[in-house]
Write a protein that binds this ligand. Structure first.
Ligand code: IMP
Length: 441
């Protein structure tokens, strides 16, 4: 199959959808891996400035470059689009090795990359501690092992080494010795878990090796964004998802950053966001160890996982799969100010003639309280309640361009979702290519 990269032929349709909008955000509305990469790459055609605001290389956005799939973990998906300003904000934690690789991919593509001076660097020891903690933990979180948690700990403790510190050996040493002897404290932690950390001298040498690479990329990205407000078109590209949000997700099975628009406000300040697109699969997937009430097991799970190629783009882990969970999705919409849903992989769910949709959880005899979905223990105590709906079994959606040409059962599925959530389903993914999107309304 020929997999396309987005072509400007789709731009008029996107512009029609975004008439009057200047600033938009695209965020995950489930547990990550909803197919945000394709959506952000598509909507980046419209934007002048594309901003990553949270997470790090725990994200994996699959996009198509020269008809080949490429997974971007750190830089915004628009790095392959000429003239686009691609920003990595101060709320993103930066793995320098990954940055180097992705700068290599972006080379010669004509995009402009700006990284915030204050963005925390993921030190190699953070990855070690992340992995060792998981190994030592009888109740694993199922992290990606990329050092994300320890990097955000450093940020919150105010000891993080930041991108701007990479410019000289003295600044690196100063940062590594914040709080008295910060790096020695980290080494003690790693050793207590059985690790063998790199010496400070070796680390300084390694970090200095990146100073030339980053020198001309470092900016105050808050200034870039705020100066552009109202004059340029801005798109914030979210990583992870609402239900993995450090404050609003199913704690402790969450990531360490703010994945909703709260993460934009906390780093770029209050600003008008015209539209917040929440990307959701037509079903649900989750990796890691967190609770998953609408999970399917057995043969059906296997069939859905294979049909959707549900294997982690960052870790290659098989993803758990489940039925659409509207109860959790409505929580994500309400907490995250989502104004529109992009429903992805509707084509994949053509496996059965009857589908289940979770519409509420019961907690004992009572309907579960939505705001308590942020505690894993509470969710584990809940029982999902499903409604059966008609499927579009075997339907081939290839080439369909209009909502009205979709199978009636899929049209109904989408109308039901919009009615339940109280927001429109504005984009519907019906295949892997960028053309396989139906704009609705
Ligand atoms: P961490 O972000 O690596 O610390 O992992 C914390 C939790 O978030 C784990 O359950 C991960 O599997 C999950 N997670 C982190 N990033 C992603 C993502 O991009 N997609 C799906 N799950 C993710």
């Amino acid at each position: 199959m020929q997999l396309s990269k987005p072509t400007t032929s789709l731009l008029p349709r996107i512009e029609k959808m975004l008439t009057g909008d200047r600033t938009i955000a695209v965020v995950g509305a489930q547990f990550g891996d909803e197919g945000k990469g394709k959506i952000v790459e598509l909507l980046a055609l419209w934007a002048d400035i594309i901003v990553r605001f949270n997470g790090g290389n725990n994200a994996g956005h699959t996009i198509y470059v020269d008809n080949k799939p490429e997974v971007l973990h750190l830089l915004p998906c628009a790095i392959f689009q000429r003239g686009k300003i691609c920003v990595v904000g101060q709320g993103v934690v930066v793995d320098l090795e990954v940055l180097k690789k992705e700068l290599g991919l972006a080379k010669g593509r004509g995009s402009i990359i700006r990284i915030d001076r204050r963005a925390p660097v993921i030190l190699p020891i953070y990855k070690q501690i992340d992995g060792l903690r998981e190994a030592a933990n009888s109740k694993k979180l199922g992290t990606t092992g990329r050092g994300i948690g320890p990097a955000y700990e450093a940020h919150a403790s105010r000891y993080a080494l930041r991108m701007g510190d990479l410019t000289s050996a003295s600044r690196i040493r100063e940062a590594l010795n914040r709080g008295g002897n910060y790096y020695a404290q980290l080494c003690a932690a790693a050793k207590s878990l059985g690790g063998t950390p790199q010496t400070e001298d070796d680390l300084v040498k390694e970090l200095l090796g990146y100073s030339r690479m980053v020198k001309n990329l470092l900016y105050d990205t808050v200034e870039i964004v705020r100066k552009a407000l109202g004059t340029k078109k801005i798109m914030f590209e979210g990583a992870q998802a609402a239900l993995l949000d450090v404050n609003q997700g199913t704690t402790p099975f969450v990531t360490s950053s703010s994945c909703t628009i709260a993460g934009i406000y906390s780093t770029f300040g209050q600003l008008p966001i015209d539209r917040v697109f929440g990307v959701a699969k037509a079903y649900v997937t989750r990796v890691g160890e967190g609770p998953f009430p609408s999970k399917i097991v057995g043969e059906m799970a296997h069939a859905l996982r294979e049909a959707g190629n549900e294997y982690g783009s960052t870790t290659k882990r098989p993803r758990d799969v489940g039925w659409m969970d509207l109860f959790a999705l409505r929580y994500a919409v309400q907490m995250g100010g989502i104004t529109d849903i992009c429903l992805t992989k509707a084509d994949v769910l053509n496996l059965w003639s009857q589908l289940q949709v979770c519409t509420k959880y019961m907690h004992g005899k009572n309907v579960a309280k939505e705001h308590r979905l942020m505690t894993a223990e509470y969710v584990k105590e809940c029982t999902p309640v499903f409604e059966e709906v008609e499927g579009w079994h075997g339907a081939n959606l290839t080439g369909i361009k209009l909502f009205g040409d979709l199978p009636p059962a899929l049209q109904q599925y989408i109308r039901d979702i919009a009615a339940f959530l109280g927001v429109p389903v504005s984009m519907i993914g019906i295949g892997p290519c960028h053309d396989d999107i139906i704009f609705h309304g």
